[in-house]
Design a binder for this molecule. Sequence first.
Ligand code: SAM
Length: 292
Amino acid sequence: MNRAPRHDSHTEQPGGSVAGARASRADERFAESQGASRRIAQSFGRAAAGYDEAATVQRRICDRLSLLALDHPPPPGAVVDAGCGTGHWLPALRTSFGDRLLLGVDLALPMLAQLRRRQPDQPCVAADVHALPLADGSAAAIWSSLCLQWCRPEAALAEFARALRPGGVLWLSTLGPGTFAELRTAFAGIDDARHVLEFVTPERLDAAAAAAGFAISARERRRHVACAPDLAGLLRAIKAVGAHEVGDDRRRSLLGRQAWRTVERRFEAYRRADGLVEVGYDALYLILHKRP
Ligand SMILES: C[S@@+](CC[C@H](N)C(=O)[O-])C[C@H]1O[C@@H](n2cnc3c(N)ncnc32)[C@H](O)[C@@H]1O
């Protein structure tokens, strides 16, 4: 999983007119974000073939976002699925909101290959949601489920606002700071590497949405859990949906046996009465309307 970059302003462009040191800092940050995007695309690309089978929590989160979206239907016009993955939610969007132009956008080509294989007539495009290949105000609605945690939230929300027409709706789900708290605790102090992505707080998300020009029409926070017979099984399940990239501070070699045993022992605290261990997803849902 990718660590949220230190820089969130989308106004300072790399290589722009800003001079000297400031420009080179922006270049560094840009290079950093490009590297992160490449790693994210690679890890989701590797997961693409088995994604749908493994994405149980992801589907539950789409189900919930879908119910919220039904209370906030889009105006007439195109609907974009930003970070669509294999496109498994596009048919549901068509069922909910009728026959209209639907466009899937994703960074990972193997995800789009799965989409094209299963839905050959469904338009989709490989692009970064920080730079959507859409004209200003051209979309009536954007659906984005579980993509924003891989992005610079301020920049991505500003880009969604740019692409939406005034009155257009953004149906958004992402992960909050309680996500994988069990893993964070179990790995604490084991080494200097990062083992869990840093997630956005609801307060930062609200502020980013307001700054991008959105009004908040609905919000919800819900815990979902994934479970497995043991910690190794849980980590395999997280890897199977491509969600294991944690950024530049990630560990580059295997944990020693002793360290792994310590983590496993600590993780026993999360064993449930049914014998399984669990991790929590702190799902944040927002329905946002672009202000006129
Ligand atoms: C957890 S999957 C979610 C896929 C789908 N929305 C779902 O609910 O199952 C996250 C997806 O976001 C894509 N993604 C991550 N960062 C992206 C970016 N900056 N631009 C476009 N897609 C991105 C990944 O390639 C991946 O397919």
